[in-house]
Design a protein around this ligand. Structure first.
Ligand code: ACO
Length: 328
């Protein structure tokens, strides 16, 4: 019965420098108590000045390829999900291709925090079509370059990091692999979360810099409500497509933006807390890197084992949302 796509290796890279809530207390008018109670975040990591998004992606990619047991020469396609590329063009995926020494097509995917499951779904489609066999899927962000470090309502939320997965073709009768994927978008809400300046709508200028329009702006409260609703609906939809029910889920890997969003989703979908993986307290929101880094850590910590049914669900700017169910 055709072909299935399966993740056979994962890897991450988290920059060395940690920025704690205590550090932020010295930068803006905030407190560790506010950040922890409103978001669950205790710390996040910040890339060095000489590290670009592709450098984080390269380290995660090397680790994922090693974990998969494949060679770099086996990779047929590279997809990098990011909203903080090294440059508008060329694609960060092309820079990663050169730096890891691969010889294959490479392109970026922009779906903000839903970036990794969006890219995973793209990889799954290429594999199912028979076009490519081994695909490197990366989620990488250097958000620290686009944060307004004077805006306490956003600067406490985000961090830098990267994760990668090697996805390969397996026999369609194989039990393990991706069982179902679901992606969605609604540009009606584009204004809720964006970097307004620096693109072709508002090109770079002194005014853009003076007004900090090159940094991330967010309507947090609106995003919060939409995130809860859309992530809950996406979990229901992807399970339905896979012919599974909530009782079949062994581990939920949600986008790691805010602990209160995850709690509200768990309440709505009625999943017990021990079935959700959370690492946002140490990394903050790493946008497209969050879900793949969480997946990697859940596997390495033994919370996802062979045969586990795993649901990944994300939500982000666009607005975009995405969910994937896979048997490990
Ligand atoms: N420290 C102290 N006080 C703060 C801080 C801070 N860091 N930030 C905001 N406040 C204040 C506000 O000024 C406000 O004060 P006021 O009542 O005097 O006006 C008060 O705290 C409450 O602010 P709210 O915005 O109402 O706080 P809320 O409980 O909504 O939490 C938060 C804000 C954490 C941003 C929340 O709305 C959230 O998580 N939203 C979703 C964000 C998200 O998930 N984004 C996902 C996608 S990201 C992507 O795609 C790149």
């Amino acid at each position: 019965m055709g072909t299935k796509a399966k993740i056979i290796g994962t890897g991450i890279y988290i920059p060395e420098k940690a920025l704690t809530n205590a550090d932020l207390e010295t930068m803006v008018d905030t407190t560790d108590e506010w950040i922890q109670t409103r978001t669950g975040i205790k710390s996040r990591h910040i890339a060095a000045d000489n590290q670009a998004c592709s450098d984080l992606a390269v380290e995660a990619s090397k680790n994922a390829i090693k974990d998969s047991g494949l060679e770099t020469s086996d990779i047929d396609l590279i997809l990098v999900a990011t909203i903080t590329p090294d440059m508008f063009f060329p694609a960060t995926a092309c820079l990663v291709q050169e730096k890891i020494g691969a010889d294959c097509p490479a392109f970026d995917i922009s779906a903000a925090c839903s970036g990794f499951p969006y890219a995973l779904t793209t990889a799954e489609s290429f594999i199912k079509s028979g076009m490519y066999r081994n695909i490197l899927v990366v989620g990488a962000e250097k958000l620290s370059s686009f944060i307004d470090w004077d805006d306490r309502s956003t600067c406490v939320l985000f961090g830098d990091g990267a994760g990668a997965a090697v996805v390969t073709a397996v026999d369609g009768n194989s039990e393990s692999g991706i069982l179902s994927s679901y992606i969605g978008s609604n540009g009606k809400y584009a204004d809720l979360l964006k970097i307004p300046g620096g693109g072709s709508a508002v090109p770079p200028s002194h005014d853009v810099i003076d007004k900090k329009l090159h940094t991330l702006k967010m309507e947090g409260k609106e995003i919060f409500k939409l995130a809860v609703r859309q992530m809950s609906d996406s979990v229901a939809k992807v399970l339905d497509n896979a012919g599974l029910s909530l009782e079949d889920i062994d581990m939920l890997i949600p986008h790691q933006a805010n602990l209160r969003i995850i709690d509200a989703v768990m309440d709505r979908v009625k999943l017990p807390r021990e079935k959700v993986f959370i690492n946002l307290y140490k990394y903050g929101n790493m946008s497209s890197a969050s879900t793949v880094v969480a997946l990697h850590e859940a596997v390495k910590e033994g919370k996802i084992k062979e045969g586990s049914n795993v649901v990944m669900v994300a939500f982000g700017a666009g607005l975009t949302w995405a969910a994937t169910v896979m048997k490990w």
